[in-house]
Design a protein around this ligand. Structure first.
Ligand code: NAD
Length: 686
């Protein structure tokens, strides 16, 4: 499939799961969502799960021109249309908003599709269109032939849209419209990264139970236990959201197999065909969390009926789709999602803004800030280079950073706060050989050397994510970024997937790096050396009065190009006791572990490297890592508009300089398919 599938409402609950399935099945996707009931973080997490960029437009489907622009920009082959307001109760209170958003929005979308000759649509309808199917005899389980009769404005919008699509198809038989009538979607993505964002009071049983479980609601109200079911509670057809998502792939595949020029309008029920009572679901959920939850049986609710189970045989036979996942699985997945994200995508003391470039704003480029108000500690990290843009304590900035993305993108930026990769520090003559092949890297220093990964290093790439979570137990934020570096970028062999995890607690920033060659990579070995290039300032105006003490004074001896000779030497013993950075300039690689290290050092103990005290002695920084050495640099080459030499100093733990070109050291940096590179760096401020 070369064309894109446009997914309206793709940031929402069912939409986000469907986008993941589309990408897993090789479809290209573009998302349109006005985020009225969702968060962009869902899109960031889709990208993190699928390890690819997904174009996203914050567009209201009511906006004809903005929608047309998306169709002009992308070659769209079909649309999956989720965007709608969906709360039954709310629709009875604000029916006009529901009719306008859902119906006018759809008419708009279909007009834009028509204008661009896109005539394939999969529409999210609902079992609500049947209304109370128990009013007929022999209609449970509910077949598609069951007469419709929605009982609320929301259901009527769904039915009217079905009729509109039916009429459009009658007028032009080449249209292909698949109407998917969902029964009761539930569960979450097995990764725990996607699920229903529980804004407000949930309308559905399982999200409600999850909120009781995390203490946000006191108890479950069971509306009536005097129905004619095995335990007296009503029966519904619960379908796992991942199964439901797969139903959309099946529908698209079905439509694409129609003979050329042939159109279709057809409805399919997406349900399991197996009913579960309220207590069945309650018991399954309690089992998955390992404890009983409080509930109270209250009177029947208006409009509730005994049994609304689907007859899904049409989808089973025609779409070759059937639900595979159990209610128990949905409960386990929902609980996993809830424990990892008790407040959905909303996190207290976390926020982000778009990090603008030349007045252009893009969701790909965001600046994420987490804060600890009690200790007045704040950290900001950008997608660009997974860069630490700010660490501040009690209102004072501890590090150097720019206010705009544009400044980061200037060639004078000396890697402020950035993730450095694929290979930190220098590679002599920009060359190395690996497994009998010679590689020539991009040159970005003195017309000879490849420094910090070359001209398009990790510092200049837009990382995907982050997935942001907060651990209540550790009082720690976790921001997980991911980057897919292509084979050949800067001359390095093999695709590489690099993860950067920031674990941030009050006064502490811990960075965990890992990198692997994906199984899809054509080449199966490469070299890696990752670090962070923060310039510390500790609230001072410049660093000359900063007091620094190192744990070692042994450095790698280097030649005129700052490349190692293979020997070590000692710098002044004074550094071990502590010196003021007044006159002495440093750009040296200090040796922590002479024997080097393994490829993955994450299980090694953190070793303290250096301690620094601000001029006023009120801020102390300690840098530690699991790495065998660290580059200590006093920033003497800094020359930007905002900052000059010695505005900040760097401590960059990593592998030995040019390790790949040394027989003794190369095993530290050679990564092969199936292996993992890893390291940890920690900055502590007191
Ligand atoms: P959701 O609210 O999570 O997702 C809908 C998405 O559409 C949201 O991201 C919202 O921001 C977006 N949206 C709404 N109006 C928009 C507009 N005018 N322009 C652009 N974006 C807009 O809901 P969901 O549960 O994922 O449901 C998806 C679809 O499935 C809806 O059409 C819903 O009616 C239908 N459906 C849902 C259920 C259910 O129980 N969840 C059952 C049957 C049918």
């Amino acid at each position: 499939m070369n064309k894109y599938i446009l997914v309206t409402g793709g940031a929402g609950y069912i939409g986000s799961h469907t986008v993941v399935e589309l990408l897993a099945n090789g479809y290209k996707v573009v998302i349109v969502d006005n985020l009225v009931n969702s968060s962009y973080d869902a899109v960031a997490r889709i990208e993190y799960i699928c390890q690819q960029k997904v174009p996203f437009f914050n567009v209201d489907i009511m906006d004809y021109e903005a929608l047309s622009q998306v169709f002009r920009e992308y070659d769209i082959g079909g649309v999956i249309h989720f965007a709608a307001l969906k709360a039954v109760g709310e629709s009875t209170k604000i029916p006009l908003e529901y009719y306008t958003n859902n119906i006018t929005g759809t008419i708009n979308l279909v007009r834009v599709m028509k204008e661009h000759d896109v005539k394939t649509i999969v529409f999210s309808s609902s079992a609500t269109v049947y209304g109370d199917a128990t009013r007929f005899e022999n209609m449970i389980p509910i077949p598609e032939e069951c007469p419709t009769g929605p009982t609320n404005p929301y259901g009527r919008t769904k039915l009217m849209i079905e009729q509109i699509l039916c009429d459009v198809q009658k007028a032009d038989r080449s249209w292909r419209a698949a109407i998917l009538r969902y029964f009761n979607p539930m569960g979450a993505h097995p990764s725990g990264l996607l699920g229903e964002d529980p804004l407000g009071i949930p309308n559905n049983l399982l999200p409600y139970l999850a909120q009781v479980a995390v203490g946000r609601r006191e108890k479950l109200n069971v509306f009536g236990n005097d129905y004619d079911s095995h335990d007296g509670t009503p029966i519904r057809d619960y379908v796992h959201v991942v199964d439901l998502a797969k139903g959309h792939i099946a529908a698209l595949a079905y439509l694409s197999k129609l003979e050329s020029g042939n159109g279709l309008y057809r409805e399919w029920n997406l349900g399991t065909g197996m009913g579960s009572t309220v207590f069945d679901v309650y018991n399954a959920f309690c089992k998955s969390i390992g404890r009983e939850l409080p509930f109270e049986v209250v009177g029947r609710r208006d409009g509730d009926v005994l049994n609304l189970t689907a007859r899904p045989t049409r989808a089973n036979s025609e779409l070759e789709w059937s639900a595979k996942l159990s209610v128990e699985q949905a409960c386990t997945d929902l609980w996993n999602w809830t424990t990892l994200n008790p407040f959905g995508f909303q996190l207290k003391n976390y926020g982000w803004k778009i990090f603008e470039e030349n007045g252009k704003s893009s969701y790909a480029s965001r600046l994420h800030t987490v804060s600890f108000p009690e200790s007045e500690f704040l950290v900001s990290v950008a997608n660009y280079g997974a860069t630490i843009q700010d660490i501040s304590m009690k209102g004072k900035s501890m590090v150097l950073g720019f206010d705009s993305l544009e400044e980061y993108q200037q060639s004078s930026n000396p890697f402020f706060g950035a993730t450095i990769g694929r290979f930190a520090n220098r590679i002599g003559s920009s060359r190395f050989s690996l497994d009998g092949s010679e590689y020539k890297l991009s040159v970005n220093e003195n017309n000879r050397t490849c420094l910090h990964g070359g001209i398009n290093g990790f510092d200049k790439q837009m990382f995907l994510g982050p997935v942001v979570t907060f651990s209540e137990a550790d009082k720690e934020f976790l921001l997980e970024f991911i980057l897919m570096d292509q084979d050949g970028n800067n001359g390095f062999p093999s695709d590489l997937v690099c993860k950067v995890k920031y674990k941030i607690s009050a006064g502490k920033v811990k960075i965990e790096y890992s990198a692997e060659i994906p199984s899809s990579s054509k080449s199966d070995s490469t070299i890696v050396n990752l670090t962070n290039h923060t310039y510390f300032l500790l609230g001072d105006a410049e660093i000359s009065k900063v007091h620094v003490q190192t744990e070692t004074n042994e450095i790698l001896s280097v030649d005129g190009e700052l490349l190692p000779t293979g020997l070590t030497e000692k710098v002044s013993d004074l550094l071990l006791e502590g010196v003021i950075l007044a006159d002495q300039a440093y750009d040296n690689c200090f040796v922590v572990e002479k024997n080097g290290c393994q490829l993955d050092t994450r299980k090694q103990p953190l070793m303290k490297h250096l301690e620094a005290l601000s001029s006023t002695k009120d801020v102390k920084l300690e840098v530690a890592s699991t790495e065998p050495c660290f580059q200590f640099y006093t920033g003497d080459g800094v020359n930007t508009e905002a900052f000059g030499p010695r505005s900040g100093f760097c401590v960059e733990p990593g592998r030995f300089i040019d390790a790949i070109n040394s027989e003794k050291w190369k095993s530290q940096v050679i990564l092969r398919k199936g292996e993992v590179y890893g390291s940890i760096i920690e900055y502590s401020f007191t």
